[in-house]
Structures are given as structure tokens and as C-alpha cells.
Design a protein around this ligand. Structure first.
Ligand code: NAI
Length: 335
């Protein structure tokens, strides 16, 4: 069995821990890089047969052309989303692109609900108060989730788990998806509706759909205006599903009651980095962090032991299959 060299980008300590462990005995040589893969850094893949990338690596046509020139044959995304890959260019260059279609929908679904609960019950504010021995309750009033209407946009793997969690709270759940899962919906007492009526009726709107040219800025000035006054928005999917400037205006006017984000449209180069000693250059992100009713985590919804174990296992399995000339698992291949 010949070893295969894998150039690994945007490596964080937890990636190293889980991948190095999973690669033991597989004859896969991991070459870790802490910087991101872009057209400017692609030459660092020289001598590697495969690259392993995450959500903020940028696999543009230029980058893919350079990878192909460096001898790379396989792009392994250690994520479910693949909006950061120019798929047409990859196909033209005969580069195989694989991903991890489902590692733990529970990890992301549970984090999205955790954000909503924390925001609604002001846990983030209470935590700080109590640490300063401020035991007052002013400004900490939330609402019962029980009986509220939650709108789930995108009922794939993560959206369905999220919907079921909200059903467990006694919420009325409505959903929108161009490919409705009618049997599942009937089983869980969930009704599909148009995106417009979902926005109009929901107390909480939770996004669980992929970013595509059609879904870019799904939530914009016009669609946010359809939302109920005081409604909450939760986005753990992709930042560019939401027009940040429109969200800021809706928060300033009081139209939106709260916004919980695990993704941000300009997160590339910011999220996953420790910038605590630097001046933040992104004015929209800076503004968002000033609202008491905004809660942001830096793309950590996937970050559970179970998800990291599965991401490493599936990614390395795809790489070993490629090396050994075995067929790929169909749903992992990005076309
Ligand atoms: P999935 O592929 O199982 O489901 C996506 C669903 O969205 C499908 O049912 C599809 O029909 C639906 N959809 C497509 N266009 C739509 C539209 N215009 N309106 C409504 N629904 C639409 O994907 P999965 O695994 O549930 O993931 C959802 C998203 O979550 C991913 O695309 C990814 O961007 C994000 N994600 C975020 C993570 C994080 O750490 N924050 C981790 C993993 C995924």
C-alpha cells in the first residue's frame, strides 16, 4: 500500500487531534498548514495528491488550476457545505471533490437551539451579571417557547432534527423546502408552507438550507419586512443567506426581536482566528456585537466530539478509497 500525502489547510488544534488519531495506521501522510488555501497559497500543495479544506478555504478556478498544476487530484472538504468550491472548474480540471455529507446533524441542530434559548432567556447577559455580583433581573424577561410558531427553512438532515427538537418544546412547527419530506412532516405534526407565509407566521425563523445563487440573501430588506414584529432569526447555515445590513436596520428599528448567528457573511479571515489583540476592521460585525439582543458564535455548531470523530473518519475513508482505486461513496462526491 503506497502512502498518500494530504496537504491539510486551516488546521486548528482540534483538527490535528482528531485527524492524526484517525490517520494512525492508514498510510496517509498529513502535512498540516495553519493558513487557509487560496490561489495565493496553492503552491504549498506541491507534492501532495490530495488537499483537505474547510469552509473558509477558497477553491476558486485560479486556486484549483494551481492545485492541478501542483499534481493534486483530490479535494476533500471536511465540511458538509461546498459553496466555496468552483465546481465547474474542478470538473474541467478532472479534480475529484468529496465532502462529509452528514457527520452529526444533532451537533448543528442542538447548537442552533442552544443559541435561541440563550438569546431568548438572556443567559449570555445573566452570566456576566452574576459574575459581577449583580443579581438583578431587569431586562432579562424572555418568552415561553411552548406554543410559539417556529419556521424551519430547509428540512434536510439538520433542519429535520431542529424541527423535532422544537416539537419537543411544544412548539407549532411550520417548514419550507422545495423538496418537502411529507411523510416525515405528517409523522411529526409539521406543515409545509410557502416561504412568505412561514416568515409572516413564525415567532422564530431558523435557517437550515445551503447557500446557492438562488438562496443568496434569502433574507433581505423585503423578506425581513414580512417577518412578525419581534420575531427571532437563527442562522447556523451560511452567512450569505442573510443580508447583514438589512438585519442591522431591522434590529435598530426594533422590528427583529433577536438574532442568533453561528455564521456571518464576511466571516472568512475572521471566524476561527484569535483577533483579540487587533482592531476589528469589519464595521457590520462590530455593530452586530453591540446589540443586547444579538448572540454570535464563530461557526462552532459542528464542534462536538461526535462530529469531529465522524468528520475525520469519513474524510480519511474517502482519501484511502481514492488511493486504493476503490469506488467513492456516491453521496460524498460533489458534482
Ligand atoms: P441537507 O442537504 O441535508 O439539507 C438542505 C435542505 O435545504 C434540503 O432539504 C434542500 O431541499 C433544502 N433547500 C434547498 N434550497 C432551499 C430553499 N431555497 N428553501 C428552502 N429549503 C431549501 O443539508 P444539511 O446537512 O441539513 O445542512 C444544511 C446547511 O447547514 C448546510 O448547507 C450548511 O451550509 C450548514 N451547516 C453548518 C454547519 C455549522 O457548523 N454552522 C455545519 C454543517 C452544515
Amino acid at each position: 500500500m503506497l502512502p498518500i500525502t494530504l496537504a491539510f489547510y486551516d488546521t486548528k488544534p482540534y483538527d490535528r487531534e482528531y485527524f492524526d488519531l484517525a490517520a494512525m495506521g492508514l498510510e496517509v501522510v498529513l502535512r498540516h498548514h495553519e493558513f487557509r488555501l487560496t490561489a495565493d497559497t496553492a503552491s504549498s500543495a506541491d507534492g501532495a495528491t490530495a488537499v483537505c479544506v474547510f469552509v473558509n478555504d477558497c477553491l476558486s478556478r485560479d486556486c484549483l488550476t494551481k492545485l492541478s498544476g501542483a499534481g493534486v487530484k483530490l479535494v476533500a472538504l471536511r465540511s458538509a457545505g461546498f459553496n466555496n468550491v468552483d465546481r465547474a472548474a474542478a470538473a474541467e480540471l478532472d479534480l475529484l471533490v468529496v465532502r462529509v455529507p452528514a457527520y452529526s446533524p444533532h451537533a448543528v441542530a442542538e447548537h442552533s437551539v442552544a443559541l435561541l434559548l440563550a438569546l431568548n432567556r438572556k443567559i449570555h447577559r445573566a452570566y456576566n451579571r452574576v459574575r459581577e455580583q449583580n443579581y438583578s433581573l431587569g431586562g432579562l424577561v424572555g418568552f415561553d417557547l411552548h406554543g410559539k410558531t417556529v419556521g424551519i427553512i430547509g428540512t434536510g438532515k439538520i433542519g429535520r432534527v431542529t424541527a423535532q427538537i422544537y416539537r419537543g418544546f411544544g412548539c407549532r412547527v411550520i417548514a419550507h423546502d422545495p423538496q418537502p419530506k411529507l411523510e416525515w412532516a405528517a409523522e411529526h405534526g409539521i406543515n409545509y408552507t410557502s416561504v412568505e407565509s412561514l416568515l409572516t407566521e413564525s415567532d422564530v425563523v431558523s435557517l437550515h438550507l445551503p447557500l446557492t445563487p438562488e438562496t443568496h440573501y434569502l433574507l433581505n430588506v423585503a423578506t425581513i419586512a414580512l417577518m412578525k414584529p419581534g420575531a427571532y432569526l437563527v442562522n447556523t447555515s451560511r452567512g450569505k443567506l442573510v443580508e447583514t445590513a438589512a438585519v442591522i436596520e431591522a434590529l435598530k428599528s426594533g422590528h427583529l426581536g433577536g438574532v442568533a448567528l453561528d455564521v456571518y457573511e464576511e466571516e472568512e479571515g475572521i471566524f476561527f482566528e484569535d483577533l483579540s489583540g487587533e482592531v476589528l476592521q469589519d464595521d457590520d460585525l462590530a455593530r452586530l456585537t453591540t446589540f443586547p439582543n444579538v448572540l454570535i458564535t464563530a461557526h462552532q455548531a459542528f464542534l462536538t466530539h461526535e462530529a469531529l470523530t465522524e468528520i475525520a473518519r469519513v474524510t480519511l475513508d474517502s482519501i484511502v478509497r481514492f488511493r486504493d482505486g476503490l469506488p467513492q461513496v456516491a453521496e460524498r462526491v460533489v458534482k
